[in-house]
Design a protein around this ligand. Structure first.
Ligand SMILES: [Ca+2]
Length: 352
């Protein structure tokens, strides 16, 4: 499975529930070049050979890439024992400044959003929700040099991470994708900035997702997710469409869970994966909403924690909810995207 920026939002999710920032406790030492490590040389030679590039130039570029201690701090999971809190997470995104920016973004790109909706069947509000959660409509796209960030994670991934080997392989692949992407799109690899995990532009696509799913939606002959909001809009819609967005279907419904603890646990076990039909949910003692009872297809029973003192938020996620989690594997993320889009839409209608 491909996730474009799981590391970014996963840590954001955990970090937002607690105001402490465990990774910022001590200042990072100054960065130094990666140097002539055997893995760097081998990677450069292999990629240059496969792509027909100048091997010496690529070796030079990668051995001089900076090994960024800050990136290695940020990629680590947050400290254990930090409780998830949907209400706190939601408040971070659904707030007046981001809503105003969303209304302005929608007004400026109304035609592109409508065209994306008609081309791919993905509602404008979902696209607006994603770009708003990701980058505050292009205001926060990341200040790290992507070449340095990806080279750090590709060749000096912190070994204390629980899935270090997997993640290092993932980032080596993303580094190769990034280098190809820069050549294909006329970008200077040394100049491109993005998140600490290498996510790029308004929609924070990882380089591999950019190459696989992004589209030239403004028709200027190149794909630019950094400077073209219209390309970003079309690319987000195309991405969701490719992951199976069902035009016209709801993202989620309300539900009351069964009183029986074992039945509740059974329904919650598949997490965000749509598994149960409305009839199966009713048979298990759950009370799906009236609209959910008319839903054609399986649903996921999703529980979002609200901290130790408040009851959790519970909902039924459809296939479309699951598709939003292909952007980032988190129910908290998906619901924030959906609710931000709805809130921007409501404010936009109210102001008219
Ligand atoms: Ca374009």
């Amino acid at each position: 499975m491909k996730f474009r920026h799981l590391p970014l939002l996963a840590s954001l999710l955990l970090a937002c529930s607690v105001h402490a920032k465990p990774h910022r406790a001590k200042p990072a030492p100054p960065p130094e070049p990666l140097g002539e490590r055997p893995a760097v040389i081998a990677f450069a030679d292999e990629l240059a050979s496969a792509q027909g590039w100048d091997a010496a130039a690529l070796r030079g570029q990668l051995t001089q890439a900076l090994d960024l201690p800050r990136v290695k701090q940020l990629i680590l999971p947050a400290a254990v024992g930090t409780a998830k809190n949907w209400t706190a997470y939601r408040d971070r995104f659904i707030e007046p400044k981001r809503l105003d920016a969303g209304v302005a973004f929608w007004a400026e790109h109304e035609a592109a959003l409508a065209r994306a909706e008609s081309s791919y069947g993905v509602p404008a509000e979902v696209i607006v929700g994603i770009i708003g959660v990701e980058t505050f409509y292009g205001r926060i796209t990341g200040g790290f040099k992507v070449l340095d960030a990806l080279a750090t994670l590709a060749f000096d991934f912190p070994t204390e991470h629980p899935r270090a080997a997997d993640r290092q392989t993932f980032f080596r692949n993303e580094l190769a994708e990034f280098l190809k992407l820069c050549r294909e799109n006329g970008l200077d690899a040394a100049d491109v900035r993005g998140s600490y995990a290498g996510a790029l532009g308004l929609p924070q696509f990882m380089p591999g997702s950019w190459r696989q799913h992004a589209v030239d939606f403004d028709g200027d002959g190149r794909i630019d997710l950094i400077a073209s909001p219209v390309d970003a809009i079309g690319s987000v819609a195309h991405y969701l469409s490719e992951y199976g967005w069902k035009p016209g279907d709801a993202t989620h419904y309300s539900v009351k869970l069964p009183a029986d603890r074992r039945e509740r646990a059974r329904l919650l076990a598949p997490d965000i994966k749509p598994t149960f039909t409305a009839a199966e949910l009713s048979a298990a003692g759950a009370l799906p909403s009236e609209a959910a009872r008319d839903h054609d297809g399986p649903m996921a029973v999703i529980e979002l924690q609200n901290g130790p003192k408040k009851p959790p938020t519970v909902l039924l996620g459809t296939q479309n909810f699951w598709v939003v989690t292909r952007y980032n594997w988190s129910a908290y993320y998906a619901l924030a995207v959906i609710e931000l889009g709805q809130a921007v839409k409501a404010r936009r209608l109210q102001q008219r």
